[in-house]
Design a protein around this ligand. Sequence first.
Ligand code: C5P
Length: 291
Amino acid sequence: MRHPATRLTVRAPAKLNLSLEVLGRHADGYHELCTLFQAVDLSDELHAEPAVDLTLTVEGDAPPGEENLVLRAAHMLAPHAGGRGARMHLRKRIPSGAGLGGGSSDAAAALLALNRLWEVGLGRPQLAAMARALGADVPFFLHSGAALGTGRGDVIEPLPDLPARWFVVSVPPFSLPEKTARVFRELRAEEYTDGARTLRLATMVRGGGSPEQGDLYNGLRGATLRAFADLGPYLAALERVAGQEWALSGAGPACYALAASREEAEDLALCVKSMPGVRYVTSAASGGARW
Ligand code: C5P
């Protein structure tokens, strides 16, 4: 018999969208997506231990209170645990509102951690239903690794790990309230595509292949550039300085470039270090092992 956990630490990785296509818009306002997610080593860390009340403290750039998805996830799971509490501490490293999925990943980490800490024993389908209610990107983070996302981006098919891949992520100092909703509102019908490009990449990954920079695609790029007035010139400067293309993750404004090795990624990061914002050199993270 497994003993109840007394204290847990869960890794909450960031994600990049290696490909993201918007297929259309549903009557409820949500958009139909076809996206290839890749988790990366850049991670937040969530600590949880049993307590009478349910509390969250935060170290770094994220809201501490009820608007934090970690607490919303905990309140969703608590009725299944007979009103038990937990003391949680979130150590943020992933910049918020950047298109890297940090808040969604934290929420998934809370579901995984508390399901174990409270011995709730919910299975993946039940956790996925809760994750979906917390946000479209949250179900991906129950798996992590590489995955194909369809529906709202919340129907997840895990894919095999990419062969070793490195990324340089550059996060410009721009923010927008309600960013994701605003970017989707900027989207035009002529920017919808059929998902074929992303499905081709998924087939390549299933066969053990790995995308190249030229395969990266983001159907939200035009909408994101319209929403963030300063992002177009930022991307152009980044590409001029680096001498190569950069892709956009999710609804931005984080930009990233692929590299074949850690050395190549570090050289590229050095090359663009004069650009405003923050830079990360990070590698593709496997699914599974989070504890
Ligand atoms: O699900 P989440 O809360 O992350 O979504 C934020 C907003 O992004 C939604 O309110 C919606 O406006 C937009 N969105 C969308 N289609 C998706 C995912 C998000 O229109 N598939």
